[in-house]
Design a protein. Sequence first.
Lengths: 341, 341
Amino acid sequence: MNTLNRQYLLAHRPEGPLRESDFEYREASVPTPGPGEVLTRTLYLSLDPANRVWMGPLPTYRPPIGLGEVMAGFTLNEVVESKDARFRPGDLVECQGGWQDYAVLPADALYKVAPRGPLSHRLSVLGVPGQTAYFGLLEVGRIRAGETVVVSAAAGAVGSITGQLAKLHGCRVIGIAGGPEKCHWLTTELGFDAALDYRAEDFPQRLAAACPEGVDLYFDNVGGAVFQAALFQMKPHGRIVCCGSVSIYDTDTPPPRLLGVPGLLTLRRLRMEGFIVFDFHDRRKQAEQALAGWVAEGRLKVREDIIDGLQNAPRALMGLLHGANIGKRMIRVAPEPSGKP
Amino acid sequence: MNTLNRQYLLAHRPEGPLRESDFEYREASVPTPGPGEVLTRTLYLSLDPANRVWMGPLPTYRPPIGLGEVMAGFTLNEVVESKDARFRPGDLVECQGGWQDYAVLPADALYKVAPRGPLSHRLSVLGVPGQTAYFGLLEVGRIRAGETVVVSAAAGAVGSITGQLAKLHGCRVIGIAGGPEKCHWLTTELGFDAALDYRAEDFPQRLAAACPEGVDLYFDNVGGAVFQAALFQMKPHGRIVCCGSVSIYDTDTPPPRLLGVPGLLTLRRLRMEGFIVFDFHDRRKQAEQALAGWVAEGRLKVREDIIDGLQNAPRALMGLLHGANIGKRMIRVAPEPSGKP
């Protein structure tokens, strides 16, 4: 075993695009595991857009990486020495080993994997990106055969699997990526139905042309302008899966840059849903009965802002739009019939 | 029966805040129903923020009101003369009678109502606003007892019912409204737990203070700055019901002003949902098996962008954030063990 542990530490919180000087290289000695701990050696280190978010000042689903700490990252490691009965030297484990050759980790933080197929698959198709595509598309997005699916960052780790899974489930799939090489790969190798370069000046128009009937599901990995363009193409009752916002991760946009749409939706797993009451038209009697019952019981109070005279409708609407009313505003156009029918 | 039919027509599409001159007053004669039609007289005319949207150039869930057409609106009408067997003079009907004394409508467009309780309730608690609160809160928002619910435009027709229904279902309810009178009404008369004036300079801070544990459900009637403030206070896995965006309906924001978040979500009944893959951690083996199976069958292609050497990690991450990769990027830190365990 080597006795040198090469490490990269977080030296500065990046302001704007990441620079090499935001990292500090250090040579440490190989650490020793205590009871319940395991010494592991890094074989593969995953690079993910989320790494950049962890370098910022905001807590996410994990605390920010501390200044002077080893840079965090998902890894596939080999067990070197174990002080826990569940692991033996030579075992392969997925873990958050970080940017270093050796990591001592609590045994509970290790996920043992069988060496089936290429080891690197543990960080791609079977690891975080593959899992993200699988659950994002099938559980959050609930795709159905025949739907039109648009995926951004489609040539990336998550997007390239997401698009293929959507094809596997019978969807029409349009990928969005940067540059002709990526787009060519998506359509010729991965079987996407179309691929669009978001750098094209007329990208929004091309997207509209590629989805003439609109988009059922948009799987968003990027946020920003591409998100906006896709939003415009959504079909009624369409769904948007907010997976990531890589377009803003490495910018000098002032914090709290993730505190918006769609960044914060991802971070906090929020669901936003629009509706129009007329979609429930066939169930209106159900609502009426419930509402009338609560009113009759005195549990629901009704305040109405009734203005007499059709001639007052224009000004009354103008006021309504600026909060002049309390409760429901309406115009009494004619007196109620004397003997109600 | 009067022979005069007072009408307000849409004279101009408003540019910026609505003006009286956007309407034209006309005196017409009372129309005559044809076969299958019904002559009705307007008793109550509902004024709704959505009216302003219908005056604009965009189709929504209905076509824009045509220039020179009678201004559209929900109404409670009395049947005067019927050429359809289902209706008789004196019947009360909900319909879209518009801004006029008399409307001839197809019998299929009328919804007969029993004269139970005050007639005006047909346009408030039992009509569109009550239905909107009921389905928006219970079906779209799926509230549960004990949750913290925030409602904007809380003193309005929809908001005042929404907040009360949330209280009825055991939630803690915070209303947002403009000015002390409305806020006072919400807490003293309607039983809201708190009410906040969005015009206060420190409104975002007050909202945060009123929801120290965050917001489970935000029922948004306004969009804009209030929406942004509420967004920041959402709990993980919170839900936002996008009911309306009254803050932008009557502005000179250039079109397509509704084509954004949250306006377009409402208009097209979209669902946006953020997620983090680790929420599905206990089901990761399910995903692995499915993904590995598709890879083995050749139906899912895996492209990896493997870079050798830990020393290349900083630059490789910088490139990843700007799309330098195709497929999953990772660092090979150490050679794979020769005899895999």
